[in-house]
Design a protein around this ligand. Sequence first.
Ligand code: NAD
Length: 501
Amino acid sequence: MENRTREYWAQRAQAAKCHHRAFIDGSFRDTGGAELYSKESPIDGRVLAEFPVGSAEDVDSAVASARLAFDDGRWGHQSATVRQAALLRLADLVEANAEELAILDVLEVGKPVRDAISIDLPLSLGVLRYCASATDKILGTVTPADSRTLAITVRSPRGVVGAIVGWNFPLVLAIQKMAPALAMGNTIVLKPSELSSSSALRLAELAVEAGIPPGVFNVLPGLGRTVGARLASHPDVDLLTFTGSSATGKKIMEAAASNMKRLLLECGGKSANIVCEDCPDLDAVADGVMGRMFWNQGQVCTAGTRLIVAESVSRELVKRIADRAIRVRAGDPLDGATAFGAIVSRPQMDKVLGYIHSGTQDGASLVVGGRRVREDSGGYFVEPTVFENVRADMKIAREEIFGPVLSVMTFKTVAEAIALANATSYGLSATVWTRSAEVTQKMIAGLRAGEIAINTVSNPSPGAMFGAMPLEPHKQSGFGVESGMEGLQTYTALKAVQIHA
Ligand code: NAD
């Protein structure tokens, strides 16, 4: 696929069929809502599609379909091996339709086609196959009791899962929700972002082709305030699993209180990338910082947006990062050579540029970048941007920008580095570069983050790449465990059973 030309991808884009109708009970159907939502292309700004914003009635009908499919046991009562085989067939179909799924995400969110093919697809397939292989591996326990009592725990599916996700990795996020839910025997109603619904809708169609019964996996496009809000408050949803901003996560917590539905919230981040004086080779660190920060145009929940670097190596490291950043050119996402694509939407681009403005206003020093580029294309492109002399109280140091903006701060002691790293309301991820075992131990103990990478970029690392590493966000990055065996357990309900002879 690496050898595909720009013309090849442009032709595929031309032929691609974006989907905006709901997929309920095994077929596509129109949605309601009085208004139309207009979706613009991040690549050239033209209107890609207009579709209804969705309604509470659409949600009710999708949840009713998932409820019936759960209660009649068409999926959950199948043996674990039958569910495993169907999910593995779905993975094969995803692989067979990889280019189509990738191009849908490229068109809707503006990520480079190279990344969609070489990162998003393997990640999606890895998660799907990992979850499929685990259908028969989530085990109960036996507790010693008396000679006439068998005391055991069993894990049952939770029931109807509601899932609401964002847009930065459309296919990956859809699979991160549907795969564990279905592997554990639940049924699901998934609401993708209004900015990127197509690949999830196509995935639902492929699921039926793979033999997953209609009604088990439903996808409902629409807005957050219409479809998302009703799904979060719906009385017949048992577990709500969410990936998106912390602000929306808080709204979902309130809505979910209606029936005390279980919650899994994977929210925002402002992750620290800590470089100590005794770090390994500075060039390797600079490469790591670049990858961790600017991948997907900085639109990554775990992006290392705060570089916290020892004063003694700061000047050298920032110089190396600037040399690299200046060479990164935003390009056409449909060109296979492009490594840095578009920002997802005009409002998101304006938000990023607003943060860049605030950094300058607050007195941070702009080292490189800071501008919108490729404006002639009509698309939404912002160049990689690096600020130094950033203070912890500045907006660019505290708030999630979700764009290609790196804030550099310095420290003198390990305690100071840990305090700076913890000085935000988020707690998703952190990276540390040091050769010292003692510093490593202190960092692991002191950092308030759900994932910590030492001398590597944790995301995507081979383990996380295939959905095997669990992630529990700390602080206002959310709660509950996603991925790995612990993440699969989130989609089960524990029952303690005593059998008396
Ligand atoms: P967002 O919170 O704006 O939207 C996420 C989803 O919630 C969308 O489907 C949206 O339609 C829906 N929504 C909006 N308002 C709602 C409401 N009132 N009720 C119910 N649903 C509602 O986030 P986004 O801009 O789509 O995504 C970016 C955010 O996602 C960033 O904060 C990023 O860090 C986070 N994210 C987190 C992870 C993780 O694993 N922790 C992964 C990817 C993205």
